[in-house]
Design a protein around this ligand. Structure first.
Ligand code: HEC
Ligand code: HEC
Length: 388
């Protein structure tokens, strides 16, 4: 009996001892984790980018790499300099549905300032409520894009701004008719005169004014900008770790970098879905180069939590789903890897930079928390009074 009792006591003491050991191991790993977060917080919010931990970069992007950070100053082109008057004219035109065939659709219909300058739809509705084939992109910070559209087919905002007007599924108007309509509106004379020196209305002037206005559409300060400037308490622990994951284990930094969170290059990230109804050949449609099949312009991630649904086809309805897709290494179904287009066999070749990431559920959540810090406040612009 005594033996049994002392055995039980020993077992009891042993389990207390074991429990204590385990507890202190857990505590130690928590403190280690906590001190790592504190360390990262200090480095990233030091206000000195040179103190940041090194980004884990693919060899192919090292040469022209620009780290994430603040947006740079906006540059206006020499042949279309900034003026307040031109911005006002451009803003007015951006809101004016008379540029469309039906006199009902304005640029602002699909790029709505209250919806982060998009329409928050999978695909946009245009003329006669026809569906387009791509998701509307935000105009925010557009001055930092070096080409426009998902496939980069416009080289400048000046060149771009006529394209939705003549697009039959968007505004569906002949460009000369659109310009003609604006030139007949008396109230526009003074706006053109102030912006360009005389009241002549030309397509070129319309393009230049809209482009100038768009260059002024930029994000306000974000939590991310405040944090890296030294407001070390601006980020939660999860956001700090998310930022670090973005630059290291999750490898987003390879493509989404610079203050714009895009290096403006074209990459295939496994979304071309060749042979499917929603197939999109992307950059290939413009260059006709086989290596460009399924490549899209790397979009900015500033304001990303406000501009869903995501990707050129708007198929992803949550950022968690987007991150899960990257975490799985951007898998493409075997039968979606090739298609025959105009008699030519085209293959989707995903960027070799995209691999399985082995992020845990917690890390996926932390990365998403970080993406959330890239948003600024919704601005309510007063729509301009349309001239009569
Ligand atoms: C019917 C909806 C619709 C209308 C109206 C519309 N857009 Fe768009 N916009 C889109 C879609 C969709 C895209 C992406 C299309 C693509 O990549 O092929 C886009 C892309 C853009 C881009 C490129 C953004 C980037 O990051 O590359 C700019 C700039 C732009 N639109 C400006 C305008 C202007 C200026 C007008 C008016 C003259 C206008 N849009 C009218 C739907 C619209
Ligand atoms: C190899 C380059 C590359 C890497 C690495 C990369 N992306 Fe992307 N990303 C792209 C391209 C290209 C697109 C546009 C593809 C499309 O529309 O189909 C995109 C689109 C997105 C979008 C949708 C943008 C929008 O406006 O709809 C999000 C969100 C995004 N990426 C987040 C991430 C995150 C988070 C990581 C890291 C886990 C990451 N990306 C890594 C190239 C990359």
């Amino acid at each position: 009996m005594r033996n049994v009792i002392s055995g039980l006591i020993l077992l009891f003491l042993g389990s207390i001892l074991l429990n204590n050991c385990l507890n202190s191991a857990v505590k130690k790993s928590v403190t280690d984790g906590q001190s790592l977060v504190n360390k990262l917080r200090k480095l990233y919010s030091s206000g000195d980018v040179s103190k940041w931990p090194a980004a884990e970069l693919d060899a192919s992007v090292k040469k022209n790499f620009k780290d994430i950070g603040h947006l740079s100053e906006i540059k206006f082109p020499e042949d279309n300099p900034h003026s307040q008057e031109k911005v006002l004219l451009g803003k007015t035109l951006f809101y004016d549905p008379r540029l469309s065939g039906s006199n009902q659709i304005a640029c602002a219909s699909c790029h709505d300032p209250e919806l982060a300058w998009t329409d928050n739809k999978t695909l946009s509705f245009g003329h006669d409520r026809q569906l387009g084939s791509r998701n509307a992109m935000t105009i925010l910070n557009i001055a930092h894009a070096t080409s426009l559209f998902w496939d980069g087919r416009a080289k400048s905002l000046e060149e771009q701004s006529s394209m939705p007007i003549i697009d039959q599924r968007e505004m569906n108007e002949h460009i000369d008719l659109a310009t003609g309509k604006i030139s007949k509106i008396k109230g526009y004379e003074i706006l053109f005169e102030k912006a360009f020196g005389d009241k002549n209305v030309t397509t070129e002037r319309i393009n230049k004014a809209i482009a100038t206005f768009e260059r002024t559409v930029k994000s306000g300060s974000t939590k991310f900008d405040r944090f890296i400037d030294g407001k070390s308490e601006a980020f939660t622990d999860d956001e700090v770790i998310g930022l670090h994951l973005f630059r290291t284990k999750a490898q987003c930094i390879n493509c989404h970098n610079s203050g714009y969170f895009s290096n403006n290059e074209f990459e295939n990230d496994g979304t071309a879905i060749l042979g499917a109804k929603k197939q999109d050949l992307g950059r290939y449609l413009i260059t006709k180069k086989l290596e460009d099949v399924g490549k899209f312009r790397i979009p900015t991630l500033r304001e990303i939590s406000r501009t869903g649904p995501w990707m050129h086809h708007g198929v992803f309805t949550s950022l968690t789903d987007v991150i899960r897709f990257y975490n799985a290494g951007n898998p493409e179904a075997q039968k979606r890897l090739s298609t025959i287009y105009n008699g030519i066999t085209l293959n989707s070749q995903k960027s070799p930079m995209l691999k399985k990431l082995n992020l845990t559920e917690k890390e996926i959540q932390q990365l998403e928390a970080f993406l959330g810090t890239l948003r600024s406040r919704t601005v309510r612009l007063t729509p301009p009074t349309l001239p009569q």
